[in-house]
Design a protein around this ligand. Structure first.
Ligand SMILES: [Zn+2]
Length: 380
């Protein structure tokens, strides 16, 4: 059996994604979810992008339209079928057996992990985002000198309540990855908490952006011992891109015990730096989710090939980083299967790899690596 056929039959593990929007979407609502920038500039449309073209090419047929249907036709068909039918069709087309779902962003608008799994015919586990746990603690009221212990209790409770398979940090968004790698002293945490809690929380509440508290939160997570995901690279305009380079995290990576897996998410355009970190530190893993969807199928193979230049084969994972739209799960899975098959088949054709090695690597990246790192049960 060729690699493409093997990949077609494998049901993937998507180790980083979010939920699907519950309600109906009008055109502005849909367009806002196919760009990291949100709404398009006046006079332009987000459909005029690699991702927009991919939706028309590859999602239209799943909804019973011809490939390349125009945006109006596509959205009209979506409205005719209704959200739950569209969600079910596209999620099932993705062929994913297990979803690890980040519930830390706009969760009230999205299907829960259990609802997502039910719509897709798979299973799900939650990933708890570290920063909102601190923000909820502040909203509930905590004394500065109780912040550290209060956070440890709150994080353990959040993980236990959801049966989470891992945690995630968006330190890249809040302070950048060039953070002081040391565990902060208790007195320093209390002093930082006093300053942070005294500040004006604003309408959205306290947003955890104090560098000492971010370190306190990260080291609490390290003690918990679950896999820690880090946002790295590409994201919405809330990041400063140069501060999301995962190589900035090197000293922290070196300080974390090797038993705690670190997962670098997305990484583009720093996927080569991430690949280096995975090559030299035993507990570092990565994916190029999000990027594969946004560069479109024509360039996804180049990005994946670069990410695999150094990455040991047991350290690369699949993710869609889908948020909001079921289209993004389908396209993520389609792009990943197709580009990985192309890349592996080329190596077999060049007589560099055996066909069995290609099939084995496909199984590792698609399923086995995530199952091992997160301890989730999966089938091949
Ligand atoms: Zn994400």
């Amino acid at each position: 059996m060729g690699t493409a056929a093997v990949l077609e039959r494998l049901r993937l593990v998507d180790h980083h994604c979010h939920g699907v929007v519950r309600g109906e979407l009008d055109r502005p609502g849909f367009e806002a979810l196919i760009s990291e920038a949100g709404a398009p500039p006046a006079g332009l449309t987000n459909f005029d992008s690699p991702l927009g073209v991919s939706i028309r090419r590859h999602c239209a047929p799943v909804l019973g339209l011809e490939p390349h249907a125009d945006p109006e036709q596509y959205l009209q068909r979506r409205a005719e079928l209704g959200t739950s039918t569209v969600t079910g069709r596209l999620l099932r087309a993705a062929g994913v057996q297990a979803f690890l779902v980040d519930t830390g962003f706009r969760a009230d608008e999205l299907l829960s992990p259990a609802e997502l799994a039910a719509a897709a015919g798979g299973t799900s586990r939650e990933i708890v985002r570290l920063e909102p746990v601190a923000e909820r603690l502040a909203a509930d009221g905590v004394e500065p000198d109780e912040f550290l212990d209060g956070y440890a209790t709150a994080l353990a409770a959040a993980v236990a309540a959801s049966g989470a398979a891992g945690v995630k940090s968006i330190a890249a968004y809040r302070v950048g990855l060039d953070l002081d790698p040391r565990r902060p002293a208790r007195a320093d945490v209390a002093a930082a908490a006093a300053g942070w809690l005294r500040g004006d929380p604003g309408r959205a509440g306290h947003r955890l952006d104090d560098p000492v508290l971010i370190r306190a939160v990260l080291w609490t997570a390290v003690e918990l011992g679950l896999p820690i995901q880090f946002h790295a690279g590409y994201g919405d305009p809330d990041i400063r891109l140069h501060r999301t380079n995962p190589s900035l995290l090197t000293d922290f990576v070196r300080a974390v015990p090797r038993r705690v897996p670190i997962l670098l998410l997305h990484c583009w355009p720093y996927h080569r730096e991430a690949s280096y970190l995975a090559a030299v530190y035993p507990h570092v893993h990565l994916d190029v989710g999000l990027a594969l969807n946004y560069v479109g199928l024509s360039r996804a193979a180049a990005v994946l090939a670069e990410a695999l230049e150094l990455t040991p084969f047991g350290k690369m994972l699949y993710s869609s980083d889908a948020f909001g739209l079921p289209e993004l799960y389908h396209l993520g899975a389609l792009g990943f299967r197709r580009t990985l098959a192309e890349l592996l088949d080329a190596r077999v054709a060049a007589d560099e790899w055996s066909a069995e090695d290609a099939r084995r690597l496909a199984r590792m990246i698609s399923v086995e690596n995530a199952a091992r790192v997160y301890g989730v049960e999966c089938s091949l």
